[in-house]
Design a protein around this ligand. Structure first.
Ligand code: PRP
Length: 179
């Protein structure tokens, strides 16, 4: 375990098993629908790469980048589009793939933006959900794990750009972000 990690919240094995279940569910729900999986950079990339490979149906891939204004660990509520999709989504089945839903601001913004383009459907798959932090009313259609309000890192999630490549999800030591 990394020295800055207080404890492992979700092991590689737990994540792998849950993704297998999500993949099976998505394969059934999207059978014959040729969905477009939209990964939200950067946090979702690790989850995204494992999730699409757990889906047995053909999946098209595209990415968006969003930035929230304001410094610190918490989303400010103001969201800006940094990179748009390359794909036209009118009439398509869109699956947004996120690493974590916290306040819900990012997803509320994204759903509004993408819904205006008249997709056939738009759903959300998030690995982690922190329901007690929710400000914007966002429902997660496919959810990996509900977690407590802890500072989580690894498996795509960062602190100041670090720890994304840890293969598990850990809780960051307070001493790291309080110094
Ligand atoms: C994280 C995460 C979501 C967003 C969730 O991204 O990937 O996009 O925050 O927070 P919210 O529900 O409060 O809006 P972040 O802005 O940290 O960027 P990153 O994915 O590049 O790490």
């Amino acid at each position: 375990m990394h020295q800055d990690v207080e404890r492992v919240l979700l092991s590689e094995e737990q994540i792998k098993n849950r993704i297998k279940e999500l993949g099976a569910q998505l394969s059934r729900d999207y059978a014959g629908k040729h969905p477009l999986a939209v990964g939200i950079l950067k946090g979702s990339v690790i989850f995204y790469a494992d999730l699409v490979r757990a889906i047995s149906e053909p999946v098209e891939m595209d990415f968006m980048a969003i930035s929230s204004y304001g410094a610190g660990a918490r989303s400010s509520g103001e969201v800006k589009l940094v990179k748009d999709l390359d794909t036209k989504i009118e009439g398509r089945h869109v699956l947004i793939v996120e690493d974590i839903i916290d306040s819900g601001h990012t997803l509320a913004y994204l759903k509004k933006l993408l819904s205006a383009r008249r997709p056939a459907s738009i759903r959300l798959c998030a690995l982690l959900d922190k329901p007690e932090r929710r400000v914007a009313p966002i429902d997660t259609d496919y959810k990996g794990f509900e977690i407590e309000d802890e500072f989580v890192i690894g498996y795509g999630l960062d602190y100041a750009g670090r720890f994304r490549n840890l293969p598990y999800i850990g809780i960051l030591k307070r001493s790291v972000y309080e110094k």
